[in-house]
Design a protein around this ligand. Sequence first.
Ligand SMILES: [Mg+2]
Length: 302
Amino acid sequence: MNNQITNVYIWDMDETLILLKSLLNGSYAEAFAGLKDAQKGVEIGKMWEKHILQISDDFFFYEQVCLEIENCNKPFLEALSKYDDGQDLSDYDFNQDGFSPPHDDLNKRKLAYRHRVIANKYKQGLHNILDQEMMDVWDALYKMTDEYTDGWLSSARALLEQCLAGNEDPTICNTIAGGVVRSNATGSRHINVLVTSGSLIPSLVKCLLFRLDNLISHENVYSSWDVGKLQCFQWIKERFDNRNTRFCAIGDGWEECEAAQAMNWPFIKEVAEMQLGQVLLNNCLSFMLVQTQICRCLKLDV
Ligand SMILES: [Mg+2]
């Protein structure tokens, strides 16, 4: 498989794969010039925020790691894996292990343990974490948001799926690099990577809540919060690069656009709010346009 072509898609999250900030500040509704109930958008956004924070705190150590002690945000979950000695954590008491500054090797190991637990919970999915009542609330909120945004969430998911597919009989396999990819008889493989400006733990929870976890594996979620998008892009290039790897970045912001230019990667701007004349693009159509541009940039069959 020396000639196997690898396509790595580097996605922005907010206002690209999901909508949150633009719901909360009303800019999403504004783009529809009175056709959307802005207050409803704000309320939907606040409900998402509440769930993201609650799940981050209750199950993913967010309060303990990033708020109580001091900011221990890392750019990706594997960042401290060399400090993890593999200890069985089934009876480990995360409330009593004395995790605190300074960031010496012992505390890095304690943080690495937390990252291991987070990774395992991500792999298991929210249905193994939430009770039925919470599952129902989440399901209803997802559907309401998808309706309010004319299918933004489901269209984004479909696009991620299409990026991973591109073959008739996909088999999911784990690469050495750790990403979930699909390979096919023609020898090409496709990898979705997320680079978000949010901090790592809530971003992983967002992936779970917005149902992206089976399309983007936990190793492929990067937080540019402390390091910037260009640094994340450079790490991704080092991790996946060989002569047959092609990269493509998709987002809505200047930072990923400039970082992609610096890397000499094609950049595709999310165009869902772009207006053609007076006709606002239907979200489904706009995601199809993104897909077409990806295919063109990477010379894939449409
Ligand atoms: Mg964005």
